[in-house]
Design a protein around this ligand. Structure first.
Ligand code: HEB
Length: 403
């Protein structure tokens, strides 16, 4: 496929996608504010002890957000001020930096909960807090990069699925073909990145949260030459049934060495063992990740080599699935990371139970927050549909070219 400079189709693509982006950023302001409220309302004991450390990254996240929003605003209202669209494009650099920084700072808070560092505990009190050292905790590099890579991957597949859907519904404009090739290629790049970084995340767990990895792999006894278990289920005697066993693979994943010892659940107190259901979250995330990687690879090769089946109805339906699947994979990833952290809110220091509010109104609060999110979710869909439905690309291109 040919890419021309100043190609009108790509410029319209950028205009349209940035409108959708603005809506989701605006919704992000509201959900971000709600989360801030939830932290202090629902987790007062956690904030009391961790607040002195996480206040810094939380504040930095707000700052990064404003940085992003300001440049996004400028970008959106200056399309006609530039003769050369490449100069206008430069405004997206600070937008991307701001967005990346927001993800960086907020994911730091989560990695701190998993591998807390940068302070000392004296008689149950957190002292000598060093927020900067806490920000550079061991889980930070893998978490931040896995979250950012999978977010780009999900965004790419979401746009690819919408585009494939349009093609299936009979739109034949070359705009869609360009958009599909572009988004699938970006999806492929970030699928590969996510898988490589995911492997580092597994190695990080082996070293800093071995109980999470052991629970995800149903690895009950510490041993070397550990196999990787996929799928299957546990019978009443906690025996693994019908799982696919890949010999040595867990040792390789955990320590890059087929004979290395991998810590098992036998080393942990039962009350400090995460729920074993995380195995399915891990399997589902990895399965989806591999599926999307292969799908986008086949598509990319198929377009370059003119394989007809990548343009078939069946293949396009698979692409339609890719966006929802990528979202699901993100959910599974978070469930793995957060359920796998149980019973801790701050690993080794404070449990979720100790952190939660003792207020009698907690049930009311959960219902209210859920309602708020439902209203926001529905509102977002309605607004996005309006923006795109009332302004189809055929109109935006003013019919001045043919498919
Ligand atoms: Fe993932 C998480 C691995 C893919 C999304 N992960 C995670 C973890 C691990 C992984 C190990 C945990 C960590 C912690 O906790 O720290 N992955 C992985 C691998 C792969 C993957 C190996 C390849 C296949 N993911 C994926 C995908 C997605 C994801 C595809 C989407 C799209 N994850 C995720 C998330 C999470 C995870 C969101 C959460 C956060 C963190 O990082 O943690």
């Amino acid at each position: 496929m040919e890419f021309e400079k100043n190609d009108e189709h790509y410029i319209i693509m950028a205009r349209r996608w940035s409108r959708g982006y603005m809506v989701t950023v605006a919704v992000g302001v509201v959900t971000g504010t709600i989360i801030g409220l939830q932290l202090s309302l629902l987790w007062p004991n956690f904030m009391e002890i961790a607040g002195q450390i996480i206040a810094l990254p939380l504040f930095m996240e707000t700052f990064a957000f404003f940085f992003e929003a300001i440049f996004l605003g400028i970008y959106a209202y200056t399309w006609d001020r530039f003769d050369d669209q490449r100069k206008h494009f430069l405004l997206l650099i600070p937008v991307a930096i701001g967005g990346g920084m927001s993800a960086f700072f907020i994911t730091i808070v989560n990695s701190f909960m998993n591998t807390p560092t940068g302070f000392e505990m004296v008689n149950g009190a957190l002292v000598h807090a060093n927020p900067v050292a806490a920000m550079f905790n061991p889980a930070m590099p893998t978490k931040v990069s896995h979250v950012v890579a999978t977010a780009y991957m999900t965004a790419a597949f979401l746009l690819a699925s919408i585009t494939a859907f349009k093609l299936l519904k009979g739109s034949r404009h070359v705009y869609y073909k360009k958009a599909l090739y572009l988004t699938m290629k970006i999806g492929l790049i970030f699928s590969v990145a996510s898988a490589i970084i995911g492997d580092f995340s597994g190695k990080l767990l082996a070293e800093y949260q071995p109980e999470k990895l052991a629970a995800a792999e149903w690895h009950f006894e510490t041993e070397g030459e550990a196999p990787l278990l996929m799928y299957g289920f546990l019978d009443e005697n906690q025996e693994v049934r019908y799982a696919i066993k890949v010999p040595y693979m867990l040792s390789i994943l955990a320590h890059s060495n087929p004979t290395a010892e991998v810590i098992g659940l036998n080393e942990f107190e039962p009350e400090e063992t995460p729920p074993l259901i995380v195995h399915y979250f891990f399997d589902s995330m990895v399965t989806i990740g591999m599926f999307l990687l292969v799908l986008s690879l086949i598509y990319w090769m198929g377009i370059r080599r003119h394989w007809a089946f990548v343009k078939s109805t069946f293949f396009r339906w698979l692409i339609v699935l890719s966006g929802p699947l990528a979202f699901l994979a993100m959910e599974f990833g978070w469930w793995l990371a957060e359920v796998g952290r149980q019973p801790w809110i701050l690993r080794g220091i404070m449990t979720v139970e100790e952190a939660a509010t003792s207020s009698d109104y907690v049930n009311v609060m959960i219902v209210l927050f859920a309602l708020l999110y439902i209203v926001l979710g529905v509102g977002t869909v309605v607004v996005l549909r309006r923006i795109f439905k009332n302004n189809p690309i055929e109109v935006e291109l003013k019919g001045n070219d043919s498919p």
